[in-house]
Each structure stands twice: as C-alpha cells, then as structure tokens.
Design a protein around this ligand. Structure first.
Ligand code: MF3
Ligand code: CO
Length: 255
C-alpha cells in the first residue's frame, strides 16, 4: 500500500534527513587510511545520539537476512556494493567507500548514501563516482507528477549502460516515511513511460548502485549481508530521500 504524505510530513522527514546528511559528512571527514571501519559506525552513533535520533538499520531484519543488521550504518568498500557491515577492516589509501545511513527522528525516516575515495583516488574510479552521482541526479529530475516509476528507473539504467557499467538489481530504492522501507519499490532498471504513475506526496529513496565491470552479477558474502560484485570490480552507491511535489522533486536528505 502506497502512502502519500503532506507538506507537514515532508518537513518531519527533512528533520530526520538532516541528521542523515550530518552523519554522511561526519563519516566522510573521519574516513582516512589506517582507520578501522567500526570507527565510522561509532561516529554515526555519536551524531545520532547528539540529535536524539536512532538508526533504522540497527537490528533491522528483512526476511532474506539470516541475522538482524548489527550496526548503525553500512560501509561498503571497493567490490562490496551494499550492506557492508562495519568491523575490524582497516581503510587503505585509494579505497572506494560507500557509506549508507538512515535516521529515525520524531517517528519519521531519512535514508541516503554517498561514495568517495579514502585518500588518493584514480581516474577510472572517479568516473564511476561521477556517473553514479549523475544517475541519481537524472533519476531525481524524473521524479515529477505525471511521470511514471519507469522514468526514474530508466534514467538510472540508461546512464549506467551508456557508461558501460553493471547495475545492482537485487536491491534498489523504496518508499520511505514512518518506516525506512515502504511501498513502492523504486527499481534501478525499467522502461520509460511504464509503471506506477508518480503523484504529489510520494516520498521515496532513490539509490543507484553501479558496478565498474559491465556485469550486473553480484553475490552475498559469508556474513549474510554484504553484497559484492561477482567480477570483483568496484561499485559506487548514491542515495537521497526525496518528496515528489507539485513544484518538482525536493531532496529531504540535504544539510
Ligand atoms: N539504503 C539501504 C536500503 O534502503 C539501507 C538498508 S541497510 C539495512 O536498502 F541494514 F538496514 F538493511
Ligand atoms: Co535506501
């Protein structure tokens, strides 16, 4: 069942979204060579607490997961596309890191992700980051009343394929509001002009995840959560929570 939300509710989601944006900025700032990834989760925990917010990721247990999610945020390094669990892994210069984070505040949720280099980047990885961010921007631009869900999905798919990248299809975007995951699904592949009509009040998370190798294939690692590219190539992930309004899409996970 799809819930359409009021401008007052967008504002509540924006409050949660601001905390998400702070965590993404704070973890990025903290990420440097030599730092154990668990420290990034601690940074997120401190910022959540400071704002009286909680993590909707922590203890989250979808039916496919063997164990509840054990951390505040996901930190996915290099070939890990999504759902990387912060642990003892130590960040290295040149690592391509995706941080995915949610916050619940006052009963409403925000969810967003960014990817970046730890220390020194490389040209090919930078292109992956740029194209994945562009895919998100184009998908957000398509999120207007009168368009359909397939217009969002196709914006991601087209941007990825033109660049020769693979696309994570096992998971994707979603409705969001009082729960982190609500209807409708927001896929990263689809046909323009097809799918659910987009209406004012729909609040969704859009999250392209692109693979540097051309393949869409991915597999779950032994921890039951981390999903890595099958070809070992790197991946990038950008996500925003947005509201579809009569004035166009509004990003709710910005500072
Ligand atoms: N942004 C991811 C998603 O929407 C966050 C889920 S991570 C989990 O699917 F740990 F909560 F599962
Ligand atoms: Co999400």
């Amino acid at each position: 069942m799809v819930t359409y939300r009021s401008p007052r509710e967008w504002e509540r989601m924006r409050e949660a979204g601001r905390v998400v944006a702070r965590i993404l900025a704070g973890t990025r700032e903290a990420a440097e060579p030599g730092l154990p990834v668990a420290e990034l989760d601690a940074v997120a925990g401190r910022i959540l607490k400071e704002h009286g917010a909680t993590s909707p990721f922590l203890h989250y247990k979808p039916s496919w997961a063997p164990v509840p999610y054990p951390a505040n945020i996901c930190v996915s390094v290099n070939d890990v596309v999504v759902h990387g669990i912060p642990g003892r892994r130590v960040l290295k210069d040149g690592d391509l890191v995706s941080v995915d984070c949610g916050a619940t505040l006052g009963g409403y949720c925000g969810d967003a992700a960014v990817s970046f280099f730890v220390g020194t980047g490389d040209e090919s990885g930078q292109r992956l980051l740029d194209v994945t961010r562009t895919a998100l921007e184009r998908a957000i631009a398509a999120a207007v009343p009168g368009n359909r869900m397939g217009d969002i999905a196709n914006a991601v798919e087209r941007t990825a394929r033109e660049a020769g990248y693979g696309i994570m299809q096992g998971c994707g975007g979603h409705g969001i509001g009082t729960e982190m995951h609500e209807d409708p699904p927001v896929p990263n592949v689809g046909r323009a002009g097809k799918g659910m009509p987009l209406r004012e009040g729909l609040t969704i998370a859009i999250e392209p995840m692109l693979h540097e190798g051309g393949s869409d294939e991915a597999h779950t690692l032994a921890d039951g959560w981390s999903i890595a590219t099958a070809d070992g190539s790197r991946a990038a992930h950008f996500e925003h929570t947005i509201a579809i309004t009569g004035d166009g899409p509004v990003i709710l996970t910005a500072l």
